[in-house]
Design a binder for this molecule. Structure first.
Ligand code: SAH
Length: 222
């Protein structure tokens, strides 16, 4: 699976892609990730990518030409299953979306900046708008890293113990049970005795009961 991420500040994406699961997925060849610097396609000597909004108003707007040129180059080399714009106005990304994306091959992601982007980019160059939640970030880079990580950890060969994914939140309709590890007692706080019993059936029943209790308490739709 291949991701092309287009950004005005590509440096932000270095951290997420050079550590842990995403790094491993790249090293193993499960995914390829290319980050493209929009400033390279900027206009004039100053490589400008933003400008004042027509009609006035606060904040700057990402211009269409650098985005068009960058997309044009990428699209002339391959087809993309999705051309995504990260935006708080998009559909909020869910675990189900992450699952569906695992079936795709080439994904192009545009990270926004400034007050927003020229509407013509959204109208003519983008196939899907995705948000990571109902709050506003200063740019789409972290949001892009979030959705890529959610997708990539589901791909075969990425997580050491793939069965572990099956019991993650939102995979089934109940939350995972509480987890404990050593020491058995810490500052007087004890691990539930049932977990030390070695009785697998009873442990499973206890875990299911706890998950259901949590589901009712948290009122989150799993
Ligand atoms: N003025 C815009 C926000 C611009 S924030 C508004 O009110 O909707 C600048 C950029 O950050 C956006 O273009 C988008 O790419 C990114 N961004 C901010 N919040 C985001 C979120 N919740 N999900 C995805 N991308 C987000």
């Amino acid at each position: 699976m291949r991701f092309d991420i287009v950004s005005v500040i590509p440096e932000i994406l270095k951290g997420p892609f050079s550590n842990s699961i995403l790094k491993k997925a790249i090293t193993k060849g499960v995914i390829e990730v290319y980050v493209h610097d929009l400033k390279q396609y900027g206009i004039g000597k100053r490589k400008q990518v933003d400008d004042y909004p027509y009609g006035g108003g606060d904040g700057m707007v990402l211009r269409i030409e650098p985005v068009y040129q960058c997309f044009y180059n990428l699209l002339s080399e391959r087809n993309y299953d999705e051309k995504i714009f990260m935006t708080p106005e998009g559909k909020v990304f869910s675990q189900k979306d992450a699952q569906e994306f695992t079936q795709k091959k080439n994904i192009l992601i545009l990270c926004g900046r400034y007050k927003g982007i020229d509407q013509r980019i959204r109208d003519h160059l983008i196939s899907k708008e995705i948000s990571i939640g109902h709050y506003v970030l200063s740019g789409g880079e972290l949001a892009a890293a979030v959705i890529v990580e959610a997708i990539v950890r589901l791909l075969p060969g990425v997580i050491n113990n793939p069965d572990s994914i099956l019991t993650d939140s939102f995979q089934k309709n109940i939350p995972p049970p509480p987890l404990y590890t050593r020491p058995r007692i810490y500052k007087g706080w004890e691990v539930p005795k049932i977990l030390l019993s070695g009785h697998h059936k009873k442990i499973k029943d206890w875990q299911n009961k706890k998950s259901l209790q949590d589901k009712n308490k948290k009122k989150i739709k799993f």
